[in-house]
Ligand binder design. Sequence first.
Ligand SMILES: Nc1ncnc2c1ncn2[C@@H]1O[C@H](COP(=O)(O)OP(=O)(O)OP(=O)(O)O)[C@@H](O)[C@H]1O
Ligand SMILES: [Mg+2]
Length: 216
Amino acid sequence: MSGFFITFEGSEGGGKTTQVSLLAAALRGRGHDVVETREPGGTPVGQTLRQLLLRPHTGPPTDRLVSPAELLLMLADRAQHIHEVILPGLHAGRIVLCDRYADSTTAYQGYGRGVDLAEIARLNAFVCGACRPQLTFVLDLPVAVGMQRAHERRGAAAVDHFEAASVAFHERVREGFLAIARAEPARVCLIDAAQPVEAVHAAVLAGVRKRGPALL
Ligand SMILES: Nc1ncnc2c1ncn2[C@@H]1O[C@H](COP(=O)(O)OP(=O)(O)OP(=O)(O)O)[C@@H](O)[C@H]1O
Ligand SMILES: [Mg+2]
């Protein structure tokens, strides 16, 4: 694999999508070939899965995905995404920037929903194989700030399934991302996402300069 794989992780409203596009622009400015992608929904099959995973739950309880079903659909999305987008990009020597990846499964379905963490690690390993990010940014901010940003961005659109979850759920998810950052400091760069956009971007650039090969 000759490319470079960078993931952006963290709770809703942390600025992942914003920072992916800023980093993509910076890297393109240096002449790199960059793929910007996201999970769930980075492929046509994934788009269908994303709709199923994020749709607001207004119907009866039988209309809801149970946690193992949610987990397996996230992993199905990832398997398709790796096969269609991530590995082809890396094999072509591109820099792949992915908005959410395996750590989101650990944080949301593991820490958030309470699915066994060892089982998630096993399933993530099965699906990802050697396709692991060389660098991950966790954009961390207080839950209330993230929810407020997501709320402002959404405007009149419906609240999605994860956004509608309880504050306690989002606190567990945040703790999950912080635990991942503590456990894997060589891969994960933790950034205070409550800072202004430009300060977060500067921290991302510093992280790439420090941990990536001569990309910038
Ligand atoms: N550092 C920042 N300071 C203030 N507002 C920000 C910052 N970063 C992003 N925003 C704004 O907050 C909102 C959410 O940002 P963004 O969509 O990038 O977050 P996200 O992490 O991708 O969220 P989600 O997980 O819901 O997709 C947007 O309206 C964006 O313009
Ligand atoms: Mg986003």
